[in-house]
Structures are given as structure tokens and as C-alpha cells.
Unconditional design. Structure first.
Length: 130
């Protein structure tokens, strides 16, 4: 259950996303040099999305929930960047990562909507109190 009172499949979805990122990184990491460094960045950002979504599920307050989901959204956007860079620099084929790139974009959009809703609810709550 999230702070917004809506049960979400996002923790499981972002976990599966992290598994997919891990598998991509395992395949690409066999290369050396700059590619290896880029893959490390992709791994860090891509697996952090789910970790932050999971932390948000146990947030201590609505502002804490918003903060943790905001971090997750930033990590999703960073993941998109690293995937695009790997494609553009021909370290991976576009065909190989297009599905995961689409998933990263969807997750970022979902998190953005969750954050907007949470902020609106926080503002509404404050106006009712004050």
C-alpha cells in the first residue's frame, strides 16, 4: 500500500525492470574500456529505480513518499540517458534495448503522475488543516 492509499504493482514492475537491466549489463559488460564504465552507470541507475520505489512504499510521511518517488523518477530518467548513450555510441544495438528503453520511459511517466498526485493531495490536506 502506498502513501496515496492505492495498491500498486510498481514495486514488482520496477524489480523486474532491475532484473532486465542486470541481464543487459551482464551481456554488455564483457566488453572493455569505456563501454564497461557506461554499463556500470546504467546498472547503478537502473537498479536504483526499484530500490527507491520500494523505500517509498515504507515512507514515514507523504513528503518522504514524494521525495523517494522523485529520486526513483530521476534514476529512471538517468537510465534512459545511459541506454540512449549506449545505443548512440554503438555499444549495444537499438533492437536489443528498445523494449527496456520503452519500459524506462513508462516507469518515469508513472512516477511523475504519482508525484503530481501526491503533491496535490499534500496541498489539499494542508489547506483543509489551515
Amino acid at each position: 500500500m502506498s502513501w496515496e492509499g492505492v495498491r500498486s504493482d510498481l514495486p514488482e514492475r520496477t524489480f523486474k525492470f532491475a532484473v532486465r537491466i542486470t541481464k543487459v549489463c551482464q551481456c554488455v559488460e564483457k566488453q572493455t574500456g569505456i563501454t564497461r564504465r557506461l554499463v556500470g552507470q546504467l546498472f547503478d541507475a537502473g537498479t536504483s529505480v526499484g530500490a527507491n520505489v520500494e523505500e517509498a512504499q515504507g515512507a514515514q510521511s507523504r513528503p518522504d513518499f514524494i521525495h523517494k518517488d522523485n529520486v526513483a523518477m530521476k534514476e529512471a530518467r538517468e537510465t534512459i540517458y545511459w541506454l540512449r548513450l549506449l545505443i548512440a555510441s554503438e555499444c549495444v544495438t537499438e533492437k536489443r534495448v528498445t523494449p527496456i528503453l520503452g519500459e524506462a520511459r513508462e516507469i518515469a511517466l508513472i512516477l511523475g503522475k504519482i508525484i503530481v498526485t501526491a503533491k496535490k493531495n499534500l496541498k489539499d490536506e494542508a489547506s483543509r488543516k489551515g
